[in-house]
Design a protein around this ligand. Structure first.
Ligand SMILES: [Cu+2]
Length: 466
């Protein structure tokens, strides 16, 4: 507890220095966003002298306050090391902006002239690229190409007009692989000048980010190319991700940007949605089609819209290994393997050894396994009916008839009306129909025994030769 308090204070203190130039509200807002699982996320209060807009709800995040100076909206980003809680039980040493990873969301209104100061408190040079914004080439933030790198301790200023409403991102364009693997990214939301345009009742946003943090460690491995083990929304994993809370019938928008190294098919249960926007702008209504899953490829943003239906609905990446936390990768497939003989031998050496997985891996979601410090279980989360057995890129859309407009507090679990929920059946069953098997089961090779499992790469290639 003491140590978590220390991290909390250090993160908050570091932020206060950077944000002081912007507004006292920033300082007040940051500690919650840094450390608290902000299940009660509320849209931030609007600073004065901005045009009205419907604020976006950044999951487990916050929006950066600004100050007005001669009709220019001034923001101050501070690139710096941060501590981010990925979910209760695990903190990571990341790099971010103004105390958090991702950095705060920048919200502006179409037509706003903005001036964004970027101060570098990292140990190496950086720059900030404004992904998707149509601005002068010299403001594009590409180190070496459009500007010199921002050296440690230096501040650069960017100034341009937010010409198009939509969803955009910011991230470094200097030592990109490392700086993005460390969590440096943020959202830019440009609201329409006319608030009646593209209007929704609830507007959520998050960035997909992936980290490779070995069990027991806190700093990501920055040279990992594809084999990341923590799949996050706004640098949080389930069950640490805020639920998306709405009222029945609400028009809901979810904006998802992908700054990982692979694509993520985002899947929503219980609704048909349309992709209404990308980081290239709004999709004309005539070009939209219904979906329940949409792929968000690397470097893309997708805005999904739908009318909320009452219930508890999963929203998740459909790559099933992206809804698991670390430790899953090197586990051999054990389904159908009789481990008794091996287990007896191992227990003589390791009395605490547990034999697992021969009936599938669900049991892992129900047991409390001893884990290294600062490591999350692979499959976790408790629902009203038992273990949910998820991690990573998963959250719940909670839609309720009586959720008050503007209220984002977690309403608890859905109460299903009588007769609308799956239940155990103990009555008489019809004879099940089965397809014919192509050959006798006896002719199939046996499942691999654990001892024959060598290495974790290239199974197919090696096994072909045997
Ligand atoms: Cu995914």
């Amino acid at each position: 507890m003491t140590s978590s308090r220390r991290h909390f204070l250090r993160a908050a203190g570091a932020t206060a220095v950077g944000a002081a130039a912007v507004s006292r509200a920033a300082v007040a807002a940051v500690p919650e966003a840094t450390e608290a699982p902000s299940a009660a996320t509320q849209p931030p209060p609007l600073p004065p002298s901005g045009r009205p807009f419907n604020p976006v709800v950044t999951l487990n995040g916050w929006s950066l306050p600004w100050r007005m100076k001669n009709n220019v909206k001034e923001f101050h980003l501070v690139a710096e090391p941060v501590v981010r809680e990925l979910a209760p039980g695990m903190k990571a040493r990341l790099w971010g902006y103004n105390g958090t990873s991702p950095g705060p969301t920048i919200e502006a209104v179409e037509g706003d002239r903005v001036r964004i100061f970027v101060t570098n408190r990292l140990p190496e040079p950086t720059s900030t690229h404004w992904h998707g914004l149509i601005i002068p080439s010299g403001m594009d933030g590409v180190t070496g190409l459009t500007q010199p790198a921002i050296a440690p301790g230096k501040t650069y200023v960017y100034e341009f007009v937010m010409n198009h409403s939509g969803t955009y991102m910011y991230h470094p364009h200097a030592d990109e692989m490392l700086q993005m693997a460390m969590g440096m990214m943020g959202l830019i939301i440009v609201h329409p000048k006319d608030p009646r345009q593209h209007r929704v009742d609830r507007d959520f946003a998050f960035l997909l980010a992936a980290y490779d943090i070995q069990p027991g460690a806190a700093t990501p491995s920055v040279n990992t190319m594809l084999d990341f083990n923590l799949w996050t929304w706004n640098s949080r994993v389930f069950p640490g991700i805020d639920p998306l809370v709405a009222r029945t019938g609400d028009r809901v928008r979810i904006r998802v940007g992908n700054l990982t190294m692979t694509n993520h098919p985002m899947h929503l249960h219980g609704h048909r949605f349309e992709v209404t926007g990308t980081d290239g702008g709004w999709v004309p209504p005539s070009a939209r089609w219904p979906e329940v899953t949409t792929d968000v490829a690397v470097g893309q943003m997708r805005a999904l819209e739908f009318n909320a239906v009452a219930g508890d609905w999963s929203l998740h990446c459909h790559k099933s290994h992206h809804t698991m936390n670390a430790m899953g990768h090197d586990v051999p497939t054990m389904i159908g393997v009789d481990q008794r003989a091996a287990t007896e031998k191992i227990i003589r050496l390791l009395p605490d050894y547990m034999q697992m997985g021969d009936k599938g891996m669900h049991e892992m979601s129900e047991m409390e396994m001893p884990l290294p410090d600062n490591t999350l279980p692979m499959m976790t989360g408790q629902g009203p009916f038992g273990a949910i057995g998820m991690g990573g890129m998963f959250s719940v859309l909670k839609v309720r008839d009586d959720q008050k407009p503007g209220d984002y507090r977690d309403p608890g679990w859905f109460k299903h009306a009588a007769g609308t929920q799956a239940r155990e059946y103990t009555g008489e069953l019809p004879v099940p129909v089965r397809g014919a098997a192509p050959q006798a089961e006896a002719n199939l090779p046996e499942a691999r025994k654990p001892m024959e499992h060598g290495g974790h790469e290239g199974h197919m290639g090696h096994d072909m030769g045997h």
